[in-house]
Design a protein around this ligand. Structure first.
Ligand code: 2AM
Ligand code: CA
Ligand code: CA
Ligand code: CA
Length: 278
């Protein structure tokens, strides 16, 4: 039938189309405070635009690939337990799309131009495609497993710093839950004196894309979800970088505490972060 004909479009073409369409629409709504709601706290916001973006992406994906599974942030109850359960339910699907319809909602609400649309495709639990789109700069980062990562059609490459001393490192402040915020504060205290400087710009997916593109040496954050990380992790791996959890174990879809870097500074950063955990 006609859906099968449409279904011949490549995964990458569909992901790019989804991110671009959603991103262009989101951009028209920036700073509008559209139907603002708190989720778990005053740090945790959701707007009608988050939901509209997710619906747009979800229906476009399912038009092309009606058999695929889709996991999106706004389709899941807030909080880590519900997120983990939702991932568990779908993670072994043949094809699973993982969507963050706006990563950096707080920035979006305030009109601070650092937010993104993140779309990943996993095949039996392994990420094979990742797109992170920054509508404010009209920058689209894309990676396909084994085929490299690109921005503006040019190959991305992680940065060349070999020590933390020369590194520009980003993090994100977690929700104050299970001691995550105090741990992040201790990590900051340990990291800041050792690096060139630290940035915290408010979109995990875009921070990861910046590590892939060599604009940041490294990034870490605790308490994230699969949709914050999946696309960005592949961007970094396909750009020559390294993505692990806080203990140094390789990235997989269930990782919530993420450490990502150009590779050369990875062990040094892990050691500093470990010193803050003690
Ligand atoms: P969001 O904008 O999609 O919610 C900023 O540090 C990062 O943390 C963003 O990627 C943001 O994603 C995410 N984030 C914001 N609130 C969060 C919460 N309560 N729990 C987990 N992640 C959150
Ligand atoms: Ca959110
Ligand atoms: Ca997010
Ligand atoms: Ca989001």
């Amino acid at each position: 039938d006609s859906r099968q004909v449409i279904g011949r479009k490549s995964f990458a073409a569909v992901a790019i189309n989804c991110a671009a369409k959603a991103g262009e629409w989101i951009k028209t709504k920036v700073g509008g405070y559209a139907s603002l709601n708190q989720k778990t706290s005053h740090h945790d916001l959701v707007t009608e635009v988050d939901k509209g973006s997710e619906n747009l992406i979800r229906s476009l994906i399912l038009t092309h690939f009606p058999d695929h599974a889709v996991l999106g942030e706004e389709g899941v109850e807030p909080g880590p337990a519900a997120s983990a359960a939702a991932l568990e339910e779908v993670k072994d699907a043949e094809y699973l799309w993982i969507i963050d319809p706006i990563d950096g909602t707080t920035n979006f609400v305030h009109g601070f131009p650092f937010f993104s649309v993140s779309i990943a495709l996993a095949h039996r639990g392994e990420v094979i495609l990742g797109v992170v789109y920054d509508p404010s700069k009209d920058e689209l980062f894309i990676a396909e497993k084994g085929k490299g990562a690109y921005v503006h059609g040019r190959r991305t490459r992680v940065s060349g710093e070999t020590g933390l001393k020369e590194s520009l490192v980003a993090t994100g402040f977690p929700a104050d839950r299970d001691g995550a915020l105090p741990l992040n504060m201790r990590q900051l205290e340990a990291v800041v004196p050792r690096v060139r400087n630290v940035r915290t710009a408010g979109s995990a997916a875009l921070h990861l894309a910046y590590v892939a593109a060599g604009r940041l040496s490294a990034f870490w954050e605790i308490g994230l979800n699969s949709w914050d990380i999946a696309a960005g992790a592949l961007l970094i791996q396909e750009s020559g970088g390294v993505v692990t959890d806080l203990d140094g174990n390789p990235y997989h879809l269930g990782v919530r505490n993420i450490v990502a870097s150009n590779g050369a500074v990875h062990d040094e950063l892990l050691a500093v972060l470990r010193s803050a955990a003690e």
